[in-house]
Design a binder for this molecule. Structure first.
Ligand code: CA
Length: 216
């Protein structure tokens, strides 16, 4: 669980991000303009800031200059290269171009929280314990034999817990290239294996015609 500030003036986008971050277990604060954002930054302990560039009152580029020791992900509608480079040169840890899909945002949030050691490296599910650093799963203290791809899929499900992932989203999160084969089939095969090996039959729910959701 991390404390995340979401600075975005488009209310619907802000709410959608917050809703999804909360579903996967984070605590969130929203700000809808630059001044309010700075107020919150100066008076709260935060683990991560998701920061829109174009904001009322103070821009994201303005705000980041006053942030120290908290990782920042820029959110920008501009696909302009100079804007991205400016964001990174000002110290942003990552940036996301709008529009984006929620699993992409959650994946980047996870990467930064793990890199900065602000997220738990261990995650329990029933009698299993996932060790993200060693990329291993233990059941009653005994390691369960998972293939690297099985672990990646489990990781994606945990990162997006309580949220439905489509098979296409799972494919793009786990395979970094466009998978050429039958995507539905390959995901179904992996999910079946995971359920069996980790006894997650009651946790991984198949959503007919859509995909899968890890329910915790
Ligand atoms: Ca904006």
């Amino acid at each position: 669980m991390a404390r995340i500030l979401v600075v975005e003036d488009e209310v619907m986008i802000n709410e959608l991000i917050v809703e999804n971050l909360k579903l996967v277990g984070h605590k969130c604060i929203s700000a809808f303009d630059g001044e309010k954002a700075l107020e919150i930054i100066n008076s709260n302990l935060l683990d991560l800031i998701i920061l829109d560039v174009m904001l009322p009152k103070r821009s994201g580029f303005d705000i980041i200059k006053e942030i120290s020791n908290v990782p920042v992900i820029f959110l920008t509608a501009k696909s302009d290269l100079s804007d991205r480079l400016k964001g990174l040169s000002l110290g942003a840890d990552d940036y996301i171009l709008k529009p984006f899909e929620m699993p992409e945002l959650l994946a980047r949030v996870k990467v930064i929280l793990r890199r900065t050691k602000r997220d738990e490296m261990f995650f329990p599910i029933d009698d299993k314990l996932i060790d993200f650093e060693q990329r291993k799963v233990f059941k009653d203290g005994v390691e369960v034999d998972l293939t690297p791809k099985e672990f990646d899929i489990l990781d994606a499900l945990v990162t997006n817990r309580n949220i439905i992932l489509t098979r296409e989203q799972l494919i793009s999160l786990v395979w970094s290239f466009d998978y050429e084969g039958d995507t539905n089939r390959i995901i179904d095969v992996y999910i079946r294996q995971l359920k069996k090996k980790l006894e997650l039959q009651n946790r991984i729910r198949s959503i007919y015609g859509v995909g899968y959701r890890l329910e915790l």
